[in-house]
Design a protein around this ligand. Structure first.
Ligand SMILES: NC(=O)c1ccc[n+]([C@@H]2O[C@H](COP(=O)([O-])OP(=O)(O)OC[C@H]3O[C@@H](n4cnc5c(N)ncnc54)[C@H](OP(=O)(O)O)[C@@H]3O)[C@@H](O)[C@H]2O)c1
Length: 267
């Protein structure tokens, strides 16, 4: 039974691996019932097995966030049972880096379907339930890649920038209600997603440390949860540079070999 955290239960999307998985494990250790969803059910059951001896419970839910019906069905089952969890972390996301030289609206669309529209599919029924009971905490996973445009990340960055802006707007709308909304903007975290990167990632953080930082942030009153602090502060400073300085600095610092093909497991 959880005695120290303000939540009894949580829903984490994209909890089969990477950041979502580490956060789910941490919350389970602390005694929460954690509903974990992703498309690969085997990864969720693996986590369930690993966490069996913790005081909380991992509940695996196979789900694709691009399928609105699956989300509605799951939320309806909560309505009929234990109710929607107190804490929801919309973390599921993917990356498919490609440069302007091989720009593809199809690849952009596939990525935005998951990172942006999939997240919106989840926000919709959750926000309604939270507003009905005037209570609940929602955190949306964006990225520092949403601060400004980065090489090979047009689609990824556009989706994350949209999520940051969306959260800012929702946060303003939610003032005066009991619903807490936060945005999570990590720097580089070592996960299966970043393992695909073929460049040296500055200030790379281990996934368990990232989960700890997210938990601290969720417990705080801060709107933005961002880490590692020194790196993300530097990126924030870049936001105020004029375009000529910004483009010059980034094109000198970030070298890419313009990949033409990247295969996503579910892409
Ligand atoms: N790692 C970083 O450095 C970093 C930095 C900033 C932000 N982020 C963001 O943090 C989040 C997690 O990243 P990660 O590095 O932990 O990635 P990851 O290791 O690739 O894990 C992504 C998780 O999302 C799930 N997922 C992907 N598409 C989905 C879909 N359509 N429906 C449901 N689940 C889906 C995956 O499971 P299935 O494929 O089985 O569905 C997996 O469990 C992402 O939103 C990412 O953009 C990561």
């Amino acid at each position: 039974m959880n005695t120290s955290l303000p939540w009894k239960s949580a829903w984490i999307t994209g909890a089969g691996r990477g950041i979502g998985r580490a956060l789910a494990e941490l919350l389970c250790q602390k005694g929460l019932t954690v509903y974990t969803s992703s498309r690969t059910i085997e990864e969720l059951w693996h986590l369930h097995e690993k966490c069996k001896h913790y005081s909380g419970t991992i509940v695996p839910i196979p789900m694709d966030i691009t399928d609105r019906q699956q989300i509605e069905d799951m939320v309806a089952s909560w309505d009929a049972g234990s109710g929607v969890p107190d804490l929801v972390v919309l973390n599921a996301g993917n990356h498919d880096p490609f440069p302007a030289q091989v720009f593809s609206s199809e690849r952009c669309s596939k990525l935005l379907q998951i990172n942006l529209l999939g997240t919106l599919n989840c926000i919709d029924p959750i926000l309604k339930r939270f507003l009905e009971r005037d209570k609940g905490q929602l955190a949306v996973m964006a990225s520092v890649a949403g601060y400004r445009g980065l090489p090979t990340a047009a689609a990824y960055g556009a989706g994350k920038a949209a999520l940051i802006n969306l959260c800012e707007a929702l946060r303003l709308d939610l003032y005066g209600t009991g619903v807490k909304l936060q945005v999570i903007n990590p720097g580089f975290v070592r996960t299966p997603l970043t393992d695909k990167n073929d460049f040296k990632m500055p200030a790379l953080m281990e996934v368990d440390q990232a989960a700890e930082r997210i938990l601290q942030g969720l417990l705080s009153q801060r709107f933005e949860i961002t880490f590692p602090k020194r790196f993300t502060f530097f990126l924030k400073l870049l936001r105020i540079l004029p375009y000529s300085w910004y483009f010059g600095l980034i094109s000198r610092t970030v070298k890419t070999d313009h990949p033409t093909v990247t295969s996503e497991k579910h892409g």
